[in-house]
Design a protein around this ligand. Sequence first.
Ligand SMILES: Cc1cc2nc3c(=O)[nH]c(=O)nc-3n(C[C@H](O)[C@H](O)[C@H](O)COP(=O)(O)O)c2cc1C
Length: 187
Amino acid sequence: MILDYAEINDLNRYKIMSDTVVPRPIAWVVTEDDGILNAAPFSYFIPISSNPATLIIAIGEKEEGIPKDSLANILKTKKATICFANKDNVDKVKLSSTMLAKEQSEILEYGIDVEKVLEDFPPMISSSQSALFCEYYDTVKIPGKTTPVILEIKKQFIEDDRINEKMHIKVDNVGRSGVFFKAMVDL
Ligand SMILES: Cc1cc2nc3c(=O)[nH]c(=O)nc-3n(C[C@H](O)[C@H](O)[C@H](O)COP(=O)(O)O)c2cc1C
């Protein structure tokens, strides 16, 4: 069967794309605005280059013409800390995808523990095995309601026993597969 995207509406495209491009990593993004900490998961997310060390996250609108809080904060402060989901924190990941008012913090609302690891970046989520401390790099212009933002990784936290002397890293991330969360398995 050939699916012709010209004949598929946005909702069905979303379903087809997110059920096909699997598993997708989840960027659990922490941002800050005037002391209010925001956390939200994004799975339209992928690294794009090692030098500059960049990744892209595509963030939609909260409502017509109003960006989601994460995007508004990134564009304002130029900073984001990307954390990762695992089996122990996936329930909080789900909760933090609830659309709250801009002045409300998912971190406070859902009791998500965070740690200020670096002075110049938003805190990381304590239960994440790794975190990427990023600065805004660029925005990709596409028509429609989604804004792909490119972020540059400046620093990374990794739990000491998850990196070896050859710089290989082992993390137990949970990813997105359609509407489900999936853990990785070794093959
Ligand atoms: C696993 C998961 C992945 C998500 N991926 C995206 C995404 O890639 N882009 C997006 O705009 N929203 C995505 N969402 C929805 C946002 O997390 C949700 O709209 C959230 O309320 C945005 O929060 P904010 O306004 O605080 O930024 C995802 C939700 C979940 C649970």
